[in-house]
Ligand binder design. Structure first.
Ligand code: HEC
Ligand code: HEC
Ligand code: HEC
Length: 120
């Protein structure tokens, strides 16, 4: 490799690095980002989106933290506490995703697929 080759390669790498940093700033996560819950048996996994809940649907951090969810990934399903039964009893997602609450209930039409939205 001659000198000009080296300079070309190094400038290419530098600009690629800069682009990556810019990309990161624009893709900055909202709250805790996307959270995957995969203890779903035969159902698809559930990806909880902070971006949709906070930016699109207008929920505030204290609506969920920390009275419903700790701010730590995988804390909720400790001891298998997060299940359809506990949700349907009005806990966790079920504080809001229930009849006459702020969001679609687990028995609404198409609800299963809305939450069970992702490959495991
Ligand atoms: C609608 C409910 C809801 C709202 C609103 C919400 N969060 Fe979360 N947050 C969750 C859930 C659910 C988890 C995952 C808990 C688990 O995995 O057990 C979580 C986890 C987190 C985590 C841990 C992520 C990790 O990787 O360990 C952080 C940090 C966090 N949230 C910050 C925020 C901030 C900051 C806001 C406001 C901008 C916010 N959250 C708003 C539901 C919410
Ligand atoms: C509001 C979101 C939401 C809706 C709506 C929803 N689920 Fe779930 N489901 C979850 C979450 C969260 C878990 C727990 C995943 C974990 O612990 O990793 C779960 C767990 C499950 C499991 C694993 C066993 C259990 O009971 O925990 C099955 C099976 C399941 N859901 C089926 C369904 C079916 C069928 C529907 C529609 C009638 C449905 N779910 C609707 C969020 C939802
Ligand atoms: C503090 C209230 C609250 C909690 C807790 C909550 N949500 Fe939601 N969620 C909302 C609201 C409000 C909407 C928008 C209203 C609607 O679509 O019915 C929404 C919408 C959604 C949507 C539809 C997103 C879209 O693309 O339109 C999904 C999927 C969802 N929530 C999953 C979950 C799961 C899974 C949990 C538990 C881990 C959870 N939510 C906990 C309030 C909440």
């Amino acid at each position: 490799m001659n000198r000009w080759h080296k300079i070309a390669v190094i400038s290419f790498m530098l600009s690629a690095f800069c682009l990556l940093q810019i990309e990161r700033v624009f893709a900055a996560e909202v709250g805790g980002g996307d959270i995957l819950f995969s203890d779903t048996k035969e159902q698809k996994g559930v990806t909880f989106s902070h971006k949709i809940h906070v930016e699109v649907k207008g929920n505030k951090c204290p609506d969920c933290h920390v009275k419903i969810f700790k701010m730590t990934k995988a804390s909720t399903d400790k001891d298998n506490a997060l299940t359809m039964q506990s949700i349907n009893e009005g806990k966790f997602c079920g504080v809001c995703h229930a009849e006459n609450k702020t969001a679609f209930s687990t028995s609404a039409k198409g609800a299963c697929d809305k939450c069970h939205n992702t490959a495991k």
